[in-house]
Ligand binder design. Structure first.
Ligand code: SAH
Ligand code: F3S
Length: 489
């Protein structure tokens, strides 16, 4: 596999590429049609569904054809420099389209909008509209400003906006799995990360609106719900959702607060025929209580995405991660004890400033201990404004970063194969999601551990839970034969 800055060994639950469109025709000036392209984490894709809902209320229809759109919105990602470069290239392309069709409005949403703010209007002349992640309800007003040729920027971050009252319109949905945001923002301030600056303070969403959204999805026959947040495990609702104000809540509010394990068991109990997943878990927040709830309910998938970033205590400290390598091992041991067949994946950063060869060896050794099912691996990318950028010199040469990254990726590939091979000969329950990319005759779905499985379609349908006997595998995919509709989930 070629080595890139980031490497996906599986269908990434958190990151996707946008969907490029090409050909051209006349834009229908009279119609209000919006085209939305999303980059970055799953939260961005989920936010685009909120934006679609707001636009539809404002009289728009959503189109997947760029050439028919009067409004083009790009929901952007700032996590690494490369993500921003991808968006910039895309904006250049939209610029050329706009020259052909002067009535086209182009807007930037998401983390790049928040990070670069007015610079977009000044530098990137093509952009008419700049909207940060907490200001999407203002889009209809901002569009009026654009029509009046005024500057249309809203990058205000909010302490309470969770879009809990907006019912998202599912975009590009397979009708089987859906994402439901339960927290927004992040208070953790990892020194490498731009998210706390672009997405603001951490707040949890009112459980009532979460449960209503899930109920609606289940009534539409969705079979898998993923609860989404930067740190889902720190979900906390005490009548308000702003994490940093929890200490100011009354004693009663604190005592009766709803935590992640409570929300998780509520959802699992209410919908026993629906698979429940969640992402992302921060090791510092993941509790034994959550693991016990996972073990108790069959419909909560046995899979945890547990980013670690580094295996070295000194680097973890410099990253401002709130746990040691030993505490992480303890958590892994607890997971294996409480949920023996749990799939575990990770995020890893190679070449954080000051990282020595020994630090890197510590990372490889940590991976050896856990033997992750899969992972998302990145070379450190300095982000302007972060503590690391301000205080620590980005001193690891790119060649060394790449070398270390390729060693990490190679190790992960071996471990992924080790994990998938363990399934060969076993029968596993798979939720069918779509036609396999390999062949029209094959379905593709995932096991509870989030491992992709493909098998001959026979008479099964999208949305079926099927027992599949695994006959062979690659490092990323199980290949098998469907046996029967499953009694499991
Ligand atoms: N808690 C978040 C993390 C978002 S960022 C979540 O929902 O997953 C996703 C991953 O990108 C991080 O875990 C980290 O591994 C990587 N990342 C973040 N900032 C980075 C940077 N400056 N350089 C390289 N990788 C980075
Ligand atoms: Fe970023 Fe760390 Fe939060 S990786 S999203 S600051 S937990």
């Amino acid at each position: 596999m070629p080595i890139k800055e980031l490497q996906y060994l599986k269908n990434d639950p958190l990151e996707h590429n946008g969907t490029p469109s090409q050909s051209s025709s006349n834009i229908n000036k009279a119609s209000k049609k919006a085209y939305i392209e999303s980059y970055g984490c799953q939260m961005n894709f989920s936010d685009s569904e909120v934006v679609a809902s707001i636009l539809i209320k404002d009289g728009y229809t959503i189109t997947d054809k760029l050439d028919q759109a009067s409004l083009v919105l790009v929901n952007t990602c700032s996590i690494r420099d490369k993500a921003e470069q991808t968006v910039r290239k895309r904006l250049e392309y939209f610029n050329s389209k706009k020259k052909e069709h002067s009535s086209m409005t182009v807007g930037v949403l998401g983390c790049m909008a928040e990070r670069l703010k007015h610079k977009f209007l000044e530098e990137e002349k093509i952009v008419d509209l700049v909207v940060g992640p907490d200001a999407y309800k203002d889009i209809p007003n901002l569009l009026k400003e654009v029509a009046n040729e005024k500057e249309a920027v809203n990058v205000l971050l909010s302490k309470d906006e969770t879009y809990g009252d907006v019912s998202p319109v599912r975009l590009n949905s397979n009708g089987v799995s859906a994402f439901v945001s339960i927290t927004r923002g992040c208070d953790n301030m990892c020194t490498f990360c731009v998210v706390p600056f672009t997405r603001g303070r951490e707040r949890s969403r009112d459980p009532k609106s979460i449960l209503t959204e899930i109920k609606e999805l289940v009534s539409k026959d969705y079979k898998e719900i993923t609860l989404l947040g930067q740190n889902v495990d720190s979900y906390l609702w005490y009548g308000g959702g702003l994490k940093k104000d929890f200490n100011k809540a009354t004693e009663l509010q604190q005592k009766t607060a709803l935590r992640f394990e409570n929300l998780l068991s509520l959802v699992a109990k209410m919908h026993p025929k629906v698979r429940i997943r969640f992402s992302t878990s921060n090791p510092q927040d993941m509790s034994l209580a959550v693991l016990k709830v996972m073990a108790k309910y069959e419909n909560i998938c046995n899979y945890i995405h547990l980013p670690v970033q580094s295996g070295s205590n000194s680097i973890l400290k410099k990253m401002n991660r709130q746990h040691t390598r030993e505490e992480y091992f303890q958590l892994i041991d607890n997971i294996r004890k409480i949920i023996p067949d749990c799939g575990i994946s990770h995020d890893m950063i190679a070449g954080f400033p000051t990282e020595t060869d020994q630090d890197h060896q510590d990372t490889l050794e940590l991976m050896e201990y856990v033997k992750y099912d899969f992972g998302f691996m990145f070379a450190y990318s300095e982000r302007p404004g972060t503590l690391a950028a301000r205080k620590i010199e980005n001193d690891i040469p790119e060649t060394i970063k790449k070398k270390r990254l390729s060693e990490i990726i190679q190790k992960q590939q071996n471990h992924s194969r080790f994990r998938t091979e363990k399934f060969v000969g076993k029968t596993v329950c798979v939720l069918i999601e779509k036609t396999s990319k390999r062949s029209e005759d094959y379905w593709s779905g995932r096991t509870t551990q989030n491992t992709v499985a493909v098998f001959h379609k026979k008479n099964y349908q999208i949305g079926d839970f099927v027992d599949v006997k695994i006959t062979s595998c690659t490092s990323a995919t199980l290949i098998g034969d469907a046996v029967q509709l499953s009694n499991h989930i």
